[in-house]
Ligand binder design. Structure first.
Ligand SMILES: *Cc1c(COP(=O)(O)O)cnc(C)c1O
Length: 382
């Protein structure tokens, strides 16, 4: 089928909730993608930080191939080894509590929202302007962006949006607060890291009133920022975090990970999901985990991130080059979609996020030459 035919099928049969790029992708390997005409792209978006291990990582492919012929699904009415092993790795690599599996980022946040409400009945949840937590009603209600929320009112009550300042935080956190929910680095609205000062104040305020400080690490987790979890590079430890995107090595899985205090809040019957943590996705996730927990890889992510930002800062047309590890944003003078389109023509896949920002999220396995090549293509366009 040609691209024109695919576009005709979309126009007639697909609910138009996406603005797709006019390209049909047919194959991926590492940092590279190929379209139906055989053009080769450098992928500096990684399916929005999903392919942290790169496209079709051989270990993930092998794990999926092995598992898909053995057992794909039994529901959580039974035990499977891939899920229990993954839970152990997630918990022990982070907050030391327990894990609830689901299928996506928004579902991980839904589980988190229910958990903190159950821990402090009827409690309010403090969230940040410009945050992004997903598209289902609970997560959407936590996503304080007018364009995303207004058409879908009424939302879930009990969310209190604030600007990410210490003064705003201290003005709203009270005995009624169940949780403060933040992304350590806001991803969908322009790659903005929260300040250490804000996070320390949030930790102290939550401790004072018995609320939970909880991190949405759906985008920042699984090595993206140069540590397995982004909170490791902040001065605080959250009471729970959510993961998804890169967790499954390209397959859909999400997880809520708690610290010890929130580990037993849910009891049988409180929450569930038919597919969650099935053996196939869990096998893929375990294979991706092997790659991403490697300290050498994580050190390289930090090093490459520094190099990438340094090289981008040398381009005078770009401003506010920022980020941590291989989660990078910069501002461009024209609309970022213009730069994004021009880069696509240079066969470099990136996306635009926030009002003037281009975001780079390459696979964490990106090669030195590929990084240099991408910087060259950006320099050629701007
Ligand atoms: C992508 C994202 C989500 C939503 O994840 P889905 O899998 O699309 O539901 C939630 N929070 C953050 C920070 C994200 O980047």
């Amino acid at each position: 089928m040609s691209l024109t035919e695919l576009q005709a099928l979309e126009a007639e049969h697909v609910i138009p909730s996406y603005a797709r790029y006019p390209v049909e992708m047919v194959r991926g390997e590492g940092t590279r993608l190929w379209d139906a005409d055989g053009n080769e792209y450098l992928d500096f978006l990684s399916g929005i930080s999903v392919l942290n291990v790169g496209h079709c990582h051989p270990a993930v492919v092998a794990a999926v191939r092995e598992q898909v012929g053995r057992l794909t699904h039994v529901t959580n009415l039974f035990y499977t080894e891939p899920a229990m092993r993954l839970a152990q790795r997630l918990a022990t690599s982070s907050l030391g509590g327990k894990v609830f599996f689901c299928n996506s980022g928004t579902e991980a946040n839904e589980a988190l929202l229910k958990l903190v409400r159950k821990a402090k009945p009827r409690g309010e949840i403090v969230v940040l302007h410009g945050g992004f937590h997903g598209r289902t009603y609970g997560s959407l209600s936590a996503t304080t962006q007018e364009s995303k929320q207004v058409p879908f009112a009424p939302l879930v009550p009990g969310f209190v949006p604030i600007q990410p300042t210490v003064a705003a935080l201290e003005g709203v956190v009270s005995e009624r607060t169940a949780a403060v929910l933040v992304e350590p680095i806001q991803g969908e609205t322009g790659v903005h890291a929260l300040s250490d000062e804000f996070l320390l104040a949030a930790r102290a305020a939550c401790d004072r009133v018995g609320a939970a400080l909880v991190f949405d690490e759906v985008q920042t987790g699984m090595g993206r920022t140069g540590t397995l979890w982004a909170y490791e590079q902040t001065p605080v430890v959250p009471d729970a975090l959510t993961s998804a995107k890169a967790l499954g090595g390209g397959l859909p899985i999400g997880a809520l990970v708690t610290g010890p205090r929130l580990a037993d809040v849910f009891q049988p019957g409180d929450h569930g999901s038919t597919f969650a943590g099935g053996p196939l996705v869990a096998a893929a996730a375990n294979a991706a985990f092997d790659v991403l927990e490697d300290p050498q890889l994580l050190a390289r992510v930090r090093e490459l991130g520094e190099r990438l930002r340094e090289r981008l800062r040398a381009l005078p047309q770009l401003s506010n080059v920022r980020g941590r590890g291989l989660m990078v944003g910069f501002d461009v003078p024209e609309a970022p979609a213009v730069a994004r389109r021009a880069l696509l023509e240079q066969r470099l896949v990136v996306n635009a996020t926030g009002p003037g920002t281009v975001r780079l999220l390459p696979p964490l396995t990106v090669g030195d030459a590929e990084l240099d090549d991408a910087i060259g293509r950006i320099a050629a366009v701007v």
